[in-house]
Design a protein around this ligand. Structure first.
Ligand SMILES: [Zn+2]
Ligand SMILES: [Zn+2]
Length: 134
């Protein structure tokens, strides 16, 4: 009977995901012939047919750690993109210096200045993300 297995899971400290009527959701885990409930705190899920012995709920520590690693990876990728973009800054600034003040180049100047600003913004956003991805 699944009810006793649910009690085993709850005794291990897990909080089972339930629907609005309070019934345990037995499709949190759903892989081929295996399905069963999951914990809303730690994200673990078990097959209620196989009834594997659960480990104690870690209170979401492992889940938070996975999320933290994900945020750091995202920030690193963002930083790498910004770094690639920032390599265009020096030639763009040099070009802007060259054409600035010359007649007929007002439009190009405005365009270049806009592009430089966009790259600077991208770099600032990447630094911000890296700083707060803890
Ligand atoms: Zn748990
Ligand atoms: Zn199973």
């Amino acid at each position: 009977m699944s009810d006793s297995y649910f009690k085993t899971l709850e005794a291990a400290g897990h909080t089972l995901q339930r629907d609005g009527d309070g019934h345990v959701d037995i499709f949190v885990l759903d892989v081929e012939n295996h399905n069963g409930p999951g914990c809303t705190t730690c994200g673990d899920a078990w097959c209620h047919h196989c009834q594997d012995t659960p480990t104690r709920c870690d209170g979401g520590v492992a889940k938070k750690e996975r999320e933290r690693v994900g945020r750091i990876r995202d920030a690193a990728e963002q930083m790498l993109d910004a770094l690639r973009a920032s390599q265009r800054l020096a030639p763009m600034r040099a070009e802007l210096d060259d054409i600035q003040g010359h007649d007929g180049h007002e439009k190009d100047c405005r365009q270049l200045a806009r592009e430089i600003k966009a790259v600077e913004k991208q770099v600032a956003a990447a630094i911000h993300a890296a700083t707060y991805s803890k």
